[in-house]
Design a protein around this ligand. Structure first.
Ligand SMILES: *Cc1c(COP(=O)(O)O)cnc(C)c1O
Length: 425
């Protein structure tokens, strides 16, 4: 697939008059078309629900758009729960899939009526102690151990991952939960990340459906939903073919018909918790080239840094870059595109072939719509950027202002020094 920006240089030149770079910008049209496709792809399952993984893009304006397509919210922390509650999500519109969960977060999730997805068998007692009585509906996260393989080889290594119950613990856990009065059960698993193959969900579903049938037979638990969680990936690289959500939905339907329906479990709801697939391609980091440096390599210094987008520094992740206005020019210059952190991994691209870049050029860093802004931090005292939304009608809304020094220093507000800081704001 060719990677094309959803804005032009001319549009950005207008936008920067109001909102200086760097900023993340999201494409409402793309978000809506994709959310609609996800809904359609699983419409064969009457109970289907996508719980958007809030950690990917915790912005209330974007979360509200997804709500129009029937999405709920998958939360993993107190503040994610608060954000979901603030936009009106209640009860089973919220999935609480966390791990190493503090007591007060369980209590708050239960108060909201969220579905609680337990990460470990010891949390059964923990949750019971926190709440006094277990909720009627509980989900358990499964980890089969070993390696997760598909037809094209090893996909990931669940045996090394900190999440979930072992297979034995799933059976034991369901028995205990049932004895303690839990009525409705869910099964959850997240076994591979950023999979760019239509096989991942169907393969995972096959494993979970077979286990669900056995769990029902052996424990008598009433299994209401199976949560395929996240892990559906996007093509970060040019030339990479993306996932076809309709093929994925159809693949899951086939195993559902093969495994669950004959077992009398044709009423089980399918849930997903996609983050990356829902938002990743529909966000970009726009940054300006402000320096060029010629030493042992050719460097372009930009006004964004790893604080705004951490994935390249953290995982060596590839993010495609388009130099706006130079889309048709040959990529005959080799650059490292770097931010200003005092960390040599603060590079958005290494040895990347790009058109010749001039100071003042705008760079469009693709696919930052998920796990982009939200992974940000404040190293070097750098401030987080604004988030903008490109509306379907071409207008642009500020959906989060850029951080100011006041925000960065706010946590000193109880100290005497704060008065001096305030004078500097
Ligand atoms: C991160 C996460 C997701 C979303 O993962 P994506 O790869 O963005 O789809 C879903 N569920 C849980 C529990 C997660 O931790």
């Amino acid at each position: 697939m060719k990677k094309e920006p959803f804005v032009t240089k001319e549009m950005i030149e207008e936008i920067v008059k109001d909102y200086p770079t760097p900023f993340h910008i999201y494409d409402e049209k793309g978000i809506r078309e994709n959310a609609k496709a996800v809904k359609e792809a699983f419409s064969w399952n009457p109970g289907f629900k996508e719980y958007f993984a809030v950690k990917a893009t915790p912005n209330p304006c974007l979360m509200q758009i997804l709500k129009e397509y029937g999405c709920g919210y998958d939360c993993s922390s107190m503040t994610e729960l608060m954000l979901s509650a603030a936009i009106g999500a209640t009860g089973e519109d919220i999935m609480f899939s966390s791990n190493e969960t503090p007591a007060e977060e369980y209590a708050y999730a239960a108060k909201l009526g969220a579905i609680i997805n337990l990460d470990d068998i010891t949390h059964i007692d923990y949750l019971e102690t926190v709440l006094g009585k277990l909720p009627e509906t509980i989900s358990c996260r499964y980890n089969p151990g070993g390696v997760f393989t598909m037809s094209n080889g090893i996909m990931d290594n669940p045996g090394d991952s900190k999440y979930g119950f072992t297979q034995e613990q799933m059976f034991e856990g369901f028995r205990i939960l049932k004895e303690k009065g839990v009525k409705n059960f869910g099964i959850h698993a997240f076994l591979a990340s950023n999979t760019v193959t239509n096989e991942y969900y169907p393969t995972l579903a096959g494993q979970l459906f077979e286990m669900a049938v056995r769990l029902k037979e052996e424990t008598g638990a009433a299994i209401k939903f199976i949560n395929l969680s996240g892990g559906v990936g996007i093509p970060y690289q040019p030339g990479q073919a993306g996932n076809d959500i309709y093929a994925i939905g159809e693949g899951v339907r086939k195993v559902y018909e093969e495994v669950l329906v004959p077992a009398g479990m044709g009423d089980v709801a399918i849930y997903t918790e996609m983050g990356r697939f829902m938002m990743g391609p529909y966000g970009a980091l726009v940054t300006k080239a402000i320096h060029e440096k010629h030493t042992y390599k050719e460097y372009i210094g930009v006004d964004a840094c790893a604080v705004n987008l951490m994935r390249p520094a953290m995982y060596g992740a590839y993010h495609h870059i388009t130099v706006l206005g130079k889309e048709q020019e040959p990529c005959d210059c080799k650059y490292d595109i770097v931010g200003s952190l005092c960390e040599n991994n603060d590079k958005f691209a290494v040895d990347r072939m790009l058109p010749e870049i001039d100071k003042g050029d705008y760079l469009f860093i693709h696919d930052t719509g998920a796990h982009g802004f939200s992974m940000g931090y404040n190293y070097n005292g750098k401030l987080k950027s604004a988030e903008l939304l490109l509306r379907e009608d071409g207008g642009v809304d500020l959906i989060r202002r850029a951080e100011k020094p006041e925000d960065y220093f706010a946590t000193f507000d109880g100290l005497d020094i704060y008065k001096n800081l305030e004078k500097e704001f």
